[in-house]
Design a protein around this ligand. Structure first.
Ligand SMILES: *Cc1c(COP(=O)(O)O)cnc(C)c1O
Length: 417
């Protein structure tokens, strides 16, 4: 099943009849090498399945890294995007559009945001965190003294642009690009005492991922999140939650931080928000935080574009109307408990359909390769860690097909070492 319906796209680029190897050689001659060699050339998707240029089918257990919340080519999301694009595709931010306003209202309602809360739209996760970084720079905790210190955690990933990179902890990402914006201090992950020592009246903001995704799906405990809320509130520092990966139903809840029962000062979103269409957001809670950035202090050309905001509205609507959060919770629990019972799996972490598990040997990259050969797309954020972030519409039967195949995949990877 490698046939693609004739579409205007296939008149521009013939997507069939060329082997994956041919595309990859054209790729390496024309695309910057920052991503290494792509694993496959994908030409088509439907639900949780994708097909490559050689006609091979895969169960997508990564969902474009937690992006394709509703799988591929979701009919409702697709038709809403097409209809918005053919009505009004783009306006500058000198103007607004109904979808932009409706999406902001919807996000504030889903986040249970207090009166005076506001939204700023971006095109990506890193841009949402850049906006949050600037927000933090404007926070004085109600005093007249500027605060420049920001606290983030060891293992944090907040993006690749300079401000978000300053918040990111991995040396290999940071060092080649120094100097980065200053004032960011990384403290040990999940250590409440370290947080107590770090948070004082000089701190503008604390940035946390409720579950660190890139670090291998490492959850902060509800106690830690509550302590962070209390400590930041006490000194007038902002608590900014990066829910770029964990938000929009990924954990079976709209926001991962719901679990801890806290209201942060700001939330950043992206990945799953547009159901595959690029869009991000900074949500600021309450009047005071929402007015830290005044007219002219931030902006974007594409952010909040009518098509992107329509895509996100459609995604949120489909998640609600198709009972997707309950599915993510149920299938996620099933996957986690079954994975924990598999030989060779030493630890399983995560919530909903953001799952990380550790292996008993440093074979994770080889496991990813063997899984691809067996028709499954997964990811290894560490040498012995596997991450799953499938579409939230994954069925139990699809999860079971991976569970059944996994022992042989692991064995193949170990034999290949
Ligand atoms: C992916 C991710 C980002 C960066 O998002 P981009 O859209 O790639 O810029 C930021 N924070 C977290 C937690 C992420 O998972």
């Amino acid at each position: 099943m490698n046939t693609v319906e004739k579409s205007p796209v296939t008149e521009l680029v013939e997507t069939t009849g060329h082997a994956g190897s041919e595309w990859l050689s054209r790729y390496s001659s024309s695309l910057m090498g920052v991503f290494g060699t792509p694993q496959r050339v994908l030409v088509r998707g439907s639900g949780c399945l994708v097909w490559d240029a050689d006609g091979k089918e895969y169960l997508d257990l990564l969902g474009g890294i937690a992006v394709n919340a509703l799988g591929h080519a979701h009919p409702f999301v697709t038709s809403v995007i097409a209809s918005q694009l053919s009505t009004l595709g783009h306006v500058s931010n000198f103007f607004t559009s109904p979808t932009q306003i409706a999406l902001a209202e919807k996000l504030l309602a889903l986040a249970d945001a207090p009166a005076g809360s506001k939204v700023f739209f971006t095109n990506s996760g890193t841009e949402a965190n850049e906006a949050a970084f600037k927000l933090a720079r404007r926070n004085t905790g109600g005093s007249n003294t500027k605060r420049t210190k920001i606290i983030a955690l060891e293992g944090a990933f907040h993006g690749r642009t300079m401000g978000a990179l300053a918040l990111t902890s991995k040396e290999a990402y940071r060092t080649p690009f120094e100097p980065l914006p200053g004032g960011v201090e990384h403290i040990p992950f999940g250590d409440i005492e370290a947080l107590k020592d770090a948070v004082d009246e000089t701190v503008a903001a604390v940035f946390l991922e409720p579950i660190q995704g890139e670090a291998g799906v490492r959850p902060l405990s509800p106690e830690y999140l509550r302590a962070a809320r209390e400590l930041t509130a006490r000194v007038g520092a902002l608590l900014i939650l990066d829910e770029v990966q964990t938000g929009i139903g990924r954990t079976g809840k709209w926001f991962a931080s719901e679990e801890a029962g806290i209201v942060p000062d700001a939330i950043t979103l992206a990945k799953g928000l547009g159901g595959g269409f690029p869009i991000g957001a900074l949500v600021t809670m309450g009047e005071q935080t929402s007015s830290l950035l005044s007219a002219g202090q931030h902006g974007t050309t594409f952010g909040g574009n009518p098509v992107a905001t329509a895509a996100a509205l459609a995604t949120l609507h489909a998640i609600e109307s198709q009972n997707v959060l309950a599915n993510a919770t149920a299938v996620g629990e099933h996957l986690r408990s079954a994975l924990a019972a598999l030989p060779g799996v030493t630890e399983v972490r995560g919530a909903g359909l953001l799952i990380g598990f550790d292996l008993d040997a440093d074979v994770a990259p080889a496991v990813v390769q063997a899984a691809l050969d067996a028709g499954f797309i997964i990811n290894s954020p560490g040498p012995r860690t596997i991450r799953l972030a499938p579409p939230l519409v994954l069925t139990t039967a699809q999860a079971d097909s991976f569970l059944a195949a996994f022992p042989a995949i692991l064995q193949t990877a170990k034999d290949a070492q």
